[in-house]
Design a protein around this ligand. Structure first.
Ligand code: PLP
Length: 381
């Protein structure tokens, strides 16, 4: 049976070259902190991977810190900045459409006396820049706004926000887990102080990521222990995962613009095809300022879970938004924050394409979708 994987924002299948490289390098078993030959070999792999990642992202090598993934990086950025700058203030600015890695960390910081301001977004999911300016106070220490939203794919004006933050002497973290490899990023120009990324979102291995920390940024460690990562993130490094992450980033960023344009063409054909063939189907997110592979559509009078089950039976893997939201009956906090009515939000699904998605895949989805939606609607009555 056909199997079409359209949940690339949740995770991507590991790239074969990445996997082969990881297998090839698995023989380097040394602990990078050991001084003997095996340790030095592993250390060399770490240094090389760090240099590759820094080079691709336009950062200095000593600004890349390895972590266990996007969630840890975002937690570190927020908690680390909050603790290290508590003497200056306890006010943090973020948005209501962030991933739970950011929102739940902020909510936890609230319990420790921090004040969180959520900046509203418009109907496309773009944050209100003027509201950010107005929200900055004397005791504001951090702004955290995601680069690209994981549910609706909307891209934020990160350059502008970075400028505002810097003018006010406030740190700026961006969760770029969905943006890295989809949007060209030059950290030398972007102006952010911290940026989170995760390897499995660009066809690398799971459980490994990085936090970019601009030189001079005041940030407490998040994990305490040994002196790894220049004393800022303890724990023996996931050498083989890091090697895989560097290789995956290299491959994914070889031709971001060209590959993004090809994916976006298929994305737009899928969006237009669905909207033209199904009554009561509406695109969520910005029509153009969105990730090349993101399609998020509300189908009136349906339930996402029913749509997803039928799509799965037809060999199509999709999701209801963020990975953690799928499988739970919760309505998307992102769509509600964008003003999508609850009833519509309940019938919204996300289809995320990658460079592996073919024109035939799109044809197949367009072919089965009207029947699936019709069946869901009639069974809902
Ligand atoms: N931030 C965003 C925007 C994400 O999409 C995700 C994963 O879905 C994360 C953070 C968490 O990343 P990880 O799965 O590597 O912990």
């Amino acid at each position: 049976m056909k199997y079409i994987y359209l949940d690339n924002a949740a995770t991507m299948p590991i790239n074969n070259s990445v996997l082969n490289k990881m297998i090839e390098y698995a023989k380097y078993y040394g602990n990078p902190s050991s001084i003997h030959q095996a340790g030095r070999e592993a250390r060399k792999l770490l240094d090389k991977s760090r240099a590759v990642i820094a080079g691709i992202l336009g950062a200095n090598t000593n600004e890349i810190y390895f972590s266990s993934g996007g969630t840890e990086s975002a937690n570190w950025a927020l908690v680390g900045a909050a603790f290290a700058n508590a003497d200056k203030g306890k006010h943090i600015i973020t948005s209501p459409i962030e991933h739970h890695a950011v929102i739940n960390t902020c909510e936890n910081l609230k319990k420790h006396g921090y004040e969180i301001t959520y900046i509203p977004v418009d109907k496309y999911g773009i944050v209100d820049i003027d509201a950010i300016k107005k929200a900055i106070k004397k005791d504001t220490i951090l702004i955290s706004i995601m680069y690209a939203n994981n549910e609706v794919g909307t891209l934020q004006p990160v350059h502008e926000i970075a400028k505002i933050a810097s003018e006010h002497g406030v740190l700026f973290h961006t969760d770029a887990v969905q943006a890295v490899s989809n949007v060209p990023i030059n950290l030398g120009e972007l102006g952010v102080d911290m940026l989170s990324l995760s390897a499995h979102k660009f066809a690398g291995p799971k459980g490994v990521g990085a936090l970019y920390i601009k030189q001079g940024t005041k940030l407490s460690p998040f994990i305490y222990g040994g002196e790894q990562e220049r004393g800022r993130r303890a724990g023996t490094e996931n050498v083989i995962g890091i090697v895989g992450m560097a290789e995956a980033l290299k491959i994914a960023c070889t031709d971001i613009i060209g590959s993004g344009a090809k994916i976006a063409q298929k994305r737009d054909r899928l969006i237009n095809g669905i909207i033209d063939s199904i009554d009561g189907a509406q695109l969520n997110g910005h029509p153009t300022m969105r990730l090349p592979g993101n399609v998020n559509i509300s189908f009136e009078n349906t339930l996402a879970q029913a749509l997803l089950m039928r799509l799965d039976s037809a060999g199509i893997a999709a999701s209801a938004g963020s990975a953690c939201a799928s499988g739970s009956p919760e309505v998307s906090h992102v769509l509600l924050s964008m003003g999508v009515p609850r009833e519509k939000a309940k019938g919204s699904i996300r289809l995320t394409l990658s460079c592996n998605t073919t024109d035939e895949d799109i044809d197949y989805v367009l072919g089965v979708m009207p029947t699936i939606v019709k069946e869901c609607r009639s069974s809902a009555i």
